[in-house]
Design a protein. Structure first.
Length: 492
């Protein structure tokens, strides 16, 4: 047994630790026995002289707002007095501007009664914060106002993270307590007729500007309500902006323009936060203004600019567990609405089968996104989603449906430095045996990184000058533009 001493047949005297040799008293020389045989011994290992890797220091929180603990104490006192004084039923009948003026007047009276000493700037900050708490989204308001923030991640009342420039950073923003955070979460989801509480602790919602919201509440979230907001920029990105950011080359942008305009069936794949929805938004800008477009989403976040757009959104079940409308229900209903384009915000389940059927039955030019790490993995995911939907179809039949429906796969990726790039523009050619044949038109090659750690790379053409959708481009009179873009990319 490990760790036990012998119980008999041996010396049970505890061994004493040998004393360290003293420099003043020489150690007696021990008799050296003659070696029985020359046994080769391995040389001692070389000492490791490389310094131990330094642990990264935790960066301090990003200062979004300068508030002291004393300020939060005063704010809590005045806020509680306001709630005891104001009539919330009458306040709900006022418009936003009148409600703010009413709240400011009452707060000024409370400050005077309680004899609170504050500067004019601090008092204005307090008035703004309390108005945001009562009528808006509380401490989230300064974060939502900034256009450079991509994600807001609230992990309980005390910890709020943001993503800026592809990097996640801790902020000094905090809520009064978890009750205030839960109240704001309920305020957000109730705007679109949904709820979040202990009986329904998970909810997907959206803000009025289309920003995606996810809430998970206790008891599932152990440390308090968790709120995640995927923000949309106020200025909608266009393909020219992606070229300026380096997400795609000018020639690649021209090819995507032709693909979107020529009614190719497009699948945009990528990981979480890779920019799939943004890319889908930019590609829908190439759709003609006279086409009827129907979008299907879990939370409506696409922002199409065409005049003839019908937006559909799924619905969760009610308290009795009935009334749910799934993505598959929406896609199936689309076929009865005379669509010219069907746009699915995210394909994640059995609706993949209905979308492929729509693509194969004359509804060309349809688009959708899904989570995958490469174009070939995207095709495998579509096949697996159809299989999980309970369709007892042979694999070859499913692959024939996939290759007959999908024309182009655009792969988006988020690199290690936080930048987002379009890494593949890939055509789906057909089926040879049981293997789906694809060919890449554009690839993104990483060449290294600069002094600041930013990834360097370039978009390269694979040299294909006559893609499989050439006839479709010629039908729409875009073949010359396509040829010039491919030749210019190949010449680089």
């Amino acid at each position: 047994m490990f760790g036990k001493r012998p119980t008999g047949g041996g010396d049970t005297t505890p061994r004493q630790k040998p004393a360290a040799p003293s420099a003043a008293v020489p150690k007696a020389a021990a008799p050296v026995a003659a070696p029985k045989a020359a046994i080769p011994t391995a040389p001692p290992p070389a000492p490791n002289l490389s310094p131990a890797p330094e642990k990264k220091a935790v960066p301090p929180p990003i200062a979004i707002e300068s508030r002291s603990d004393q300020y939060y104490e005063v704010k809590t006192t005045i806020f509680n007095a306001l709630i005891d004084t104001i009539d919330l039923a009458q306040l709900a009948q006022l418009d936003a501007e009148s409600a703010r003026e009413e709240i400011r007047d009452i707060v000024n009276e409370i400050i005077a009664i309680k004899n609170v000493t504050m500067s004019i700037a601090e008092q204005e900050q307090l008035l703004q914060d309390i108005c945001n708490d009562v009528l808006g989204y509380g401490p989230l308001e300064p974060l939502l106002a900034r256009d450079d923030i991509a994600d807001i991640m609230v992990n309980g009342a005390e910890r709020v993270f943001i993503e800026v420039g592809g990097k996640v950073q801790l902020t000094n923003v905090r809520f009064r307590d978890n009750a205030q955070l839960m109240n704001i979460c309920q305020r957000i989801v109730s705007q679109i007729g949904r709820r979040v509480d202990e009986s329904s602790p998970i909810c997907d919602a959206r803000l009025p500007d289309g920003s995606r919201v996810n809430v998970i509440a206790p008891p599932l979230a152990i440390d308090g309500p968790t709120l995640t907001i995927r923000k949309f920029k106020k200025d909608k990105l266009k393909m020219a902006d992606l070229v300026r950011f380096g997400s795609i080359s000018p020639e690649g942008a021209t090819v995507l323009n032709v693909i979107g305009n020529c009614r190719c069936n497009v699948l945009i794949s990528g990981g979480t936060g890779s920019g799939k929805t943004t890319l889908l938004n930019t590609m829908t800008a190439f759709i003609d203004i006279d086409e009827r477009i129907i979008t299907c989403e879990d939370a409506a976040e696409l922002q199409l600019q065409q005049p003839h757009v019908v937006r559909l959104e799924t619905r969760p079940p009610n308290l009795e567990g009935t009334g749910e409308i799934t993505m598959r229900d929406l896609v199936k209903n689309c076929l009865r609405m005379r669509p010219e384009r069907i746009i699915v915000g995210e394909v994640r389940g059995p609706e993949a089968f209905d979308l492929l059927q729509a693509m194969n039955t004359g509804h060309d030019g349809s688009m959708g996104t899904l989570h995958a790490n490469s174009p070939r993995e995207a095709l495998q995911r579509v096949e697996s989603m159809i299989t999980m939907g309970g369709y007892n179809l042979p694999s070859k039949t499913i692959r024939e449906m996939v290759t007959g429906a999908i024309d182009v796969i655009v792969q988006a990726a988020r690199l290690r430095d936080g930048s987002r790039r379009i890494t593949h523009i890939t055509e789906v050619i057909g089926l040879e045996g049981d293997v789906v044949i694809t060919q890449d038109l554009f690839l993104y090659e990483i060449t290294g990184e600069d002094e600041s750690g930013r990834v360097r790379g370039r978009h390269v053409s694979t040299g294909i000058s006559r893609p499989a959708f050439w006839d479709r481009a010629r039908y729409f009179n875009r073949e010359r533009e396509l040829l010039e873009a491919l030749e210019a990319a190949a010449a680089k």
